[in-house]
Design a protein around this ligand. Structure first.
Ligand code: BGC
Length: 586
């Protein structure tokens, strides 16, 4: 009873990501009256460069149209510089386009690519379109696949026919277990309908275990529920490597360093079997693959001073490479999966130094490149990469640049400014954009897309600056100008003061497929003191608020919240703070 009530609620409120927020999927398709008036606009970004982009616009009509006037509102700061096959005008964010005679008519049930344009600013698609005054978000009957005019990026692909960006125009699955946890908190309703990642954080999670946050739903339950929600995309986190989390203890897993056969046979193979069932052919399954693993083999191994024994072991035994390439190859072979490999964040991998001793960026990209060919993995098995998963790094620092000259020297060439410490980046957008190019140079496909986890990188609290500091002391300047309030970017556990970041959305920036909430807000990063458990999780001092740090966080205080449960377990207090400090505010 409870379950079916919950299902009904999800079906009605179903969440859409970004651009084509109301694709009509949440309207009852049995509603003939609506269906008869249905129309649909596809806004397809075909290329991007710098802040420029080209988009082509297609109208699908249920009733014949003879003469169209199409209107939308752009994201702010976006302008059209030229357009073809359309008579157009723009005032502020409002765009109006009219047919030019020969392209005026669209037959019943037909899709017609009516015009194209060059814009600059944000290539994120507008949230709503009107055609001849009617809100035009569908529903229409999906064009049949042999319709030569059909160019619908949101229609479920044929097997082997993956779309460029699975998030474009997609409704993304809402995990009912997280959603119920969120909705039960004061103010939680505001975000309870957001899509978050489904973490398969141990073998039993595939079948459903009784953990407080994964509850009784196994992978197949989630996939079935996604069908029921009418979701286009579900986000699954593959997270069970042997010797997991080698530089930390809070998320150590169940598999020992040498249990690679168990990983392949008992964990990956069953997941592949479940995802590969024909009933899921039209569901796009995004797999976020193995958080916090490969970069450790660059940054936390001997001879570096930051080395840990466990990371040295995982480098020596090759089981991270073996496991990740196996997972990526096996999952990538399915027609309905989209693999995104974890790529750390700028505060970890953003050092681009020419001296290999201090370079993390090029070496990491090379290491990912070296996966290609292992276990039959090809570049085609990788749809893209994700940064900032479960981390707190900001998208961008609006009030300062890393190479800005303050006190006579560029900030990133001044070792006294510990916050930057020679890092080439101060935000995830620039980092992910540059890393994408570097990954392409290392053998990945030119059309890979990046995801950025914005679940907890909002930093909207009282301390958020509203402009750059006027100080001429570079240390003070950076500390007073930065949004990110951590003691050090190496701090990763339950950061006090953090807030929710950008809400999930598709195509936020060129090359970035989506902002996503992979870490479910409210779920702990690790216990603030030792808690015995049967999940394989250790106690990491980085989660103890009194800990004064180690070489991996520049010997800074941990910045962690107190009274936190085991990683993955729910914290009402942390959830409340994330809500209060959300940016953009709720
Ligand atoms: C934990 C997982 C949990 C995930 C999402 C990780 O840190 O180790 O058990 O599922 O976070 O909260």
């Amino acid at each position: 009873m409870q379950e079916s009530r919950r299902r009904r609620r999800m079906a009605i409120t179903g969440v859409a990501i970004g651009a084509l927020a109301a694709t009509g999927l949440t309207f009852a398709s049995a509603n003939q009256a609506l269906a008869e008036e249905g129309c649909k606009v596809d806004y397809k970004v075909v290329s991007t460069w710098g802040s420029g982009f080209q988009a082509n616009v297609t109208i699908t009509a249920d009733e014949p149209i003879n003469g169209w006037e199409l209107k939308w509102n752009f994201p702010s700061g976006t302008t059209v510089s030229s357009a073809w096959n359309v008579s157009w005008s723009q005032s502020g964010t409002a765009f109006t386009g009219k047919d030019v005679g020969w392209n005026a008519s669209i037959g019943s049930g037909q899709s017609r690519e009516v015009f194209g344009f060059i814009g600059s600013g944000s290539s994120t698609a507008p949230g709503q379109f009107t055609v001849n005054g009617d809100v035009c978000n569908g529903p229409v009957d999906p064009p049949t696949s042999d319709d030569p005019t059909s160019d619908d990026p949101t229609s479920p692909g044929e097997p082997g026919d993956k779309v460029d960006n699975p998030y474009a125009g997609a409704q993304v699955y809402v995990n009912p277990i997280w959603s119920a946890n969120a909705a039960a908190e004061p103010g939680g309703d505001a975000i309870a309908d957001q899509p978050t990642g489904v973490w398969l954080d141990r073998t039993s999670a595939i079948y459903g275990n009784d953990s407080p946050t994964t509850g009784s739903m196994g992978l197949e339950d989630h996939l079935d529920e996604a069908l029921e929600q009418g979701a286009d995309v579900i986000q699954v986190v593959i997270y069970n490597l042997p010797g997991r989390d080698c530089a930390a203890l809070a998320s150590n897993g169940e598999l020992a360093a040498d249990e690679i056969d168990e990983y392949k046979n008992d964990y990956i193979d069953p997941i592949v079997d479940i995802m590969g069932q024909s009933k899921y052919a039209d569901l796009k399954i995004v797999n976020v693959i193995e958080i916090d693993s490969l970069p450790n083999l660059v940054t936390n191994v001997s001879p570096r001073a930051t080395a840990t024994d466990n990371c040295d072991t995982m480098k020596a035994n090759g089981n991270y490479i073996d496991g990740i390439s196996y997972a990526t190859a096996e999952l990538g072979a399915l027609p309905n999966t989209y693999n995104y490999l974890d790529a750390g964040h700028h505060g970890w991998i953003g050092w681009t130094n020419d001296d290999p001793q201090y370079d993390n960026f090029h070496a990491s990209a090379e290491l990912w490149g070296s996966l290609i060919g292992e276990n039959g993995m090809t570049a085609d098995d990788v749809h893209g990469f994700i940064t900032n998963t479960a981390n707190y790094s900001v998208l961008e620092e609006p009030y300062w640049d890393v190479d800005q000259v303050v006190g006579g020297r560029p900030i990133n060439q001044n070792g006294d400014v510990k916050w930057v410490d020679w890092n080439s980046y101060n935000g995830e957008i620039d980092f992910a954009t540059a890393l994408r190019e570097e990954l392409i140079d290392n053998g990945f496909n030119e059309d890979i897309g990046m995801l950025i986890d914005t679940s907890r990188n909002g930093w909207g609290g009282d301390y958020r600056p509203t402009g750059p500091s006027t100080s001429t002391n570079p240390i003070e300047f950076v500390d007073e100008s930065r949004l990110d309030q951590r003691y050090n970017k190496g701090n990763w556990c339950n950061q006090a003061g953090a807030g929710l970041g950008e809400r999930p959305q598709a195509n936020p920036e060129p090359g970035i497929d989506a902002y996503v909430w992979i870490k479910p807000p409210g779920e702990s990063d690790g216990a603030s003191e030792e808690i015995p458990n049967n999940e394989g999780k250790g106690f990491d001092e980085m989660c103890d608020p009194d800990y004064q740090g180690n070489i991996r966080n520049g010997n800074n205080p941990s910045g962690a919240r107190d009274d936190m449960p085991l990683s993955g377990h729910w914290s009402s207090e942390q959830f409340a703070e994330l809500l209060a400090n959300a940016y953009p505010p709720l």
